[in-house]
Ligand binder design. Sequence first.
Ligand code: ADP
Ligand code: MG
Ligand code: MG
Ligand code: MG
Length: 634
Amino acid sequence: MGLLSEGSPLTWEETKNLADHVRKHGIIQFINLYKRLRDRQGDILKWGDEVEYMLIKFDDKAKTAKLSLRAAEILKILNEKEYNDPDNIKSLWRPEYGAYMLEGTPGKPYGGLLVHFNVVEANMRYRRQEASKLLEPNEVLMSLTNFPRTGAYDFTDPPTHPTPNSGASKSLFFPDEVIYPGHPRFKTLTRNIRLRRGEKVAINIPIYKDKNVSSPFKEDFSPFIEDESSCAAREDHIYMDAMGFGMGCCCLQLTFQACNIEEARTLYDQLTPLCPIMLALTAASPFYRGYISDVDCRWNVISCSVDCRTQEERGLKPLEENKFRISKSRYDSIDSYLSEQGEKYNDVPLIYDDEVYKQLLDNGIDKLLAQHIAHLFIRDTVSLFSEKVHQNDLEDTDHFENIQSTNWQTMRFKPPPPNSSIGWRVEFRPCEVQITDFENAAIVCFIVLLTRVILSYKLNLLIPISKVDKNMARAQRRNAVTAEKFWFRRDITSDAKKQDDGQPEYTEFTVNEIINGKDGIFPGLIPLVNSYLASMDVDADTHCTVQAYIKFIQKRASGELLTTAAWLRKEVVSHPEYKNDSVITQRINYDLLKKVQKIISNEISCPELLGTCMLSKTNETIPAAVAKAEKVPM
Ligand code: ADP
Ligand code: MG
Ligand code: MG
Ligand code: MG
């Protein structure tokens, strides 16, 4: 999302009454946009990452680490540079859900030369330093997927208090003051999602049953005994009741520009089966509300944290007021492929309004794209600003974006924005963010390389959507990288017609087999990347950097290196204060995050997480001669 425009949010009642208005005009806006841009050709590969950060405040006397709620102050200064000189900045900064969160992207997207891989990590480092300069003593910027004690007692600086009887969240644990205060969007979404649902969101994540966890594990929420929380909280689960538990997590995303709409649809589809694999490989969030959970990833937490479906839509009551039963939250894995090749793998029934679907078809949109858009538009708007109600459907796309940008899915198909030089893009959204710039750069470059390999070798990774859904569930389990198997296409290098040896099209592999290959059976994604790279001319520094990233990914996949989640668990359970009760005390949290800080600042090494010689040659600028020498884009 670009710089969030200011505005006055409508009440929920007003927003609800305009739901059909937004849908109607959103569809018309998409149709107009499509007619204008469907034939757009010749865009080149451009791409960029998004890294989200948290502000952590240490108190070395009290031995505490808390979320520092100063993001708005810091963002104001960071954005000044952009206002003054938008064309010459190396970074862009945006608000995020939490009052302690920042999102940073490169100042300009990267291009399609291999040599661009050499600046990714340096740019991430630049961003970290740039924001860190604005911090107070003892404040630290961290790319942590989740803060271990969010919603536990005394987790913010300055201290805040939940307001279960009033406000946007009405949470027992997550105060409204922890929501980003600088823009009304975040509180509005929080309130409207709760009101649309008809009750607070309910997130139940299995607790890690260490030997001193009571059985059953059941918390006492008095004096809120009569509260709906007591009903929603499940035994043996960590219960959470606010959007902030999910949207307050940080992630790593990337966006690619395709040469035209067809290529964008292909990339959208081909990257879909990789979402659960990359989620498992980047797993980094085992702790919630001060407890150790039995999952390693944030995905289901966020999914539940914005689940605005009513009881009718969730199938708990017969349909009366609502139109559809809906099987997923608006934050979830995608439900359908978009390319012709993907059509036969769309095995999950798609819910949509037949009239909307027909309107799209009648306007020349093919059925795969029409059903995708119609399916997104089963959702109501949950945030509407008075200034945006009436729009020029020939030019504006705000109503379309309103629904599109609140369908938070593993992949996003992004049409070109109005009046811009930007082409059709896809966004890859599943990854958890890692502690160091090295790790994040490695993941980002690996995915970009995979897109090139997929396109130039015409790989086919497709499996049925229902299998991708199964993989999403498996990916979040504890130690999924080493313990789970995932559905994956058996033969990704020859097309389906040729692959008729009587064997099923897909089978179950470990992440190691998918990434590194299985002798004689599966080539492995990294060997394919390496063979692609071998055919390219690349300068020595970039080669060295890319190889460091590839080795790192290989080792995470094989289990030689721990995932972030596994490492975080290990640190907590081996802490002297840990009592095998799955509780992360203030002190354990402090020591853990101090260690993270030392790893980020290179004061200590962490070979079990990062390996021993994981050094890249990353550099903030590309020498002109090197860029010139690399004539052929990827
Ligand atoms: P959102 O939050 O909707 O995903 P952001 O504006 O936060 O969008 O991030 C957009 C990402 O897309 C950034 O990483 C940016 O570098 C990248 N980007 C910008 N322009 C292009 C482009 N033309 N093609 C591909 N990626 C782009
Ligand atoms: Mg963004
Ligand atoms: Mg973001
Ligand atoms: Mg994004």
